[in-house]
Design a protein around this ligand. Structure first.
Ligand SMILES: CC(C)(COP(=O)(O)OP(=O)(O)OC[C@H]1O[C@@H](n2cnc3c(N)ncnc32)[C@H](O)[C@@H]1OP(=O)(O)O)[C@@H](O)C(=O)NCCC(=O)NCCS
Length: 366
């Protein structure tokens, strides 16, 4: 009886195939559970098949989010939010993010508001990668595109900033999750990434290595010059000078047309008076006085003035100058001194060029 025995073979083949498919499904499920790392806390979470969702602004995914009520969606699932910023991005998302940032860095949102008065909008430049649960942002990694002068060349590098996780949510893999999403996005767009940090070991696992930075010192005295602290009425002039600026150094200098220095000054609580306006001259100075030293953080104008002109404008007395930027164009004789690692380090990922000693101004960091 040929026919019944063929049936038997078919049945056996079917059973083997079914068993194999179950093994594969279980293995994948196990693998996925491992990859998700997020404890499943509710049916809603389980319903979000992958344990997380990615929303992208200005593409269909975000449009769907907005159509279905973005804020409501934020309440529903733990999600990895990745959005191109801008006014069309839901305000409740930014609010959640600023609430998290204020927990880590008190006053941060008030300072971001101070920058807004000078026309620098946080939301306009940073690309956030954030983990949100029940409407609360628990983790964040921000990325900006930072134009730089690097060893005579103009480059745009990815600047990672404002990395933070809610203290109650640390150790759950959320920082890693946001970093990895940010790096995947960066790797499609940039060949270099950089950041400043006090915890280089955290970033080392993703190939970030420490690059020593310096400050430059010169024995030069002066004071009694006409520069005056800026007021809000100087905003248009400040912005015009920033957007027309020449790079302060050919080794390493920001080419950011305004956002970064204004945000940095705001975050350091130095706006607007940390900017010194020089009457009747086409440049401004960012400077601080500390004991007998003039800390020169930036000189901004369409042409770089001569050193004598800059020093002659400084209103307070000083016996020496500490340059926060590389003074190769302003004062090449200044002496380089490495910034101690415990003061924080710069880390880079990608083909970073070999640079001579260079400095990164506190108003160019991110
Ligand atoms: C640093 C911070 C972002 C880590 O977030 P987190 O969600 O707790 O980190 P994760 O759970 O994703 O940890 C990922 C890995 O980093 C390690 N890690 C966490 N914090 C670390 C730290 N401070 N230094 C070095 N490694 C760290 C974890 O052990 C883990 O390693 P593993 O994968 O080998 O087990 C978080 O502690 C934080 O917000 N700190 C305060 C703000 C801050 O310092 N930000 C950085 C400014 S540049």
């Amino acid at each position: 009886m040929i026919f019944p025995s063929a049936l038997w073979v078919w049945f056996l083949l079917f059973a083997i195939a079914k068993l194999a498919s179950e093994v594969v499904t279980k293995t994948l499920a196990h693998h996925h559970a491992g990859a998700a790392e997020i404890p499943i806390e509710s049916d809603k979470v389980a319903a979000a098949a992958e344990g997380f969702r990615i929303c992208r602004c200005r593409n269909t995914a975000i449009d769907r989010c907005k159509d279905s009520g973005y804020a409501a969606l934020m309440e529903s699932y733990p999600m990895l939010h990745h959005g191109r910023p801008g006014p069309d991005y839901d305000a409740s998302f930014w609010q959640a993010l600023h609430t998290l940032q204020d927990r880590i860095w008190p006053q941060m949102s008030a300072r971001i508001e101070a920058a807004r008065k000078l026309g620098a909008h946080w939301e306009a430049e940073t690309v956030p990668f954030a983990w949100v649960e029940e409407g609360r942002a628990l983790a964040h990694v921000g990325v900006i595109a930072h134009p730089l002068r690097l060893l005579g060349e103009d480059r745009v590098v990815a600047g990672i900033h404002a990395v933070c996780v809610d203290p109650e949510a640390r150790g759950r893999g959320l920082g890693r999750r946001c970093m990895e999403a940010a790096l995947a996005w960066i790797d499609e767009r940039f060949d270099l990434a950089k950041l400043s940090t006090a915890i280089p070991a955290f970033y080392g696992r993703w190939g970030f290595s420490v690059v020593p930075t310096h400050r430059f010192i010169a024995q030069r005295a002066g004071g009694g010059g006409p520069a005056r602290p800026a007021i809000l009425g100087d905003t248009a002039r400040i912005r015009a000078l920033l957007s027309a600026r020449t790079p302060t150094s050919n080794v390493y200098a920001t080419r950011d047309p305004g956002w970064l220095p204004i945000i940095d000054l705001a975050l350091q609580g130095r706006l607007p008076d940390g900017v010194l306006m020089v009457p009747e001259r086409d440049f401004l100075i960012v400077a601080r006085q500390q004991e007998d030293a003039l800390h020169l953080d930036d000189v901004v104008g369409p042409e770089l003035p001569a050193l004598e002109e800059v020093l002659a404008a400084i209103p307070f007395r000083f016996e020496r100058v500490i340059y926060g930027f590389t003074p190769d164009r302003l004062d090449p004789a200044a002496r380089a001194e490495q910034v101690p690692l415990q003061e924080g380090v710069m880390q880079v990922r990608g083909a970073w060029p070999k640079l001579p000693p260079f400095a990164v101004s506190t108003v160019w960091e991110h």
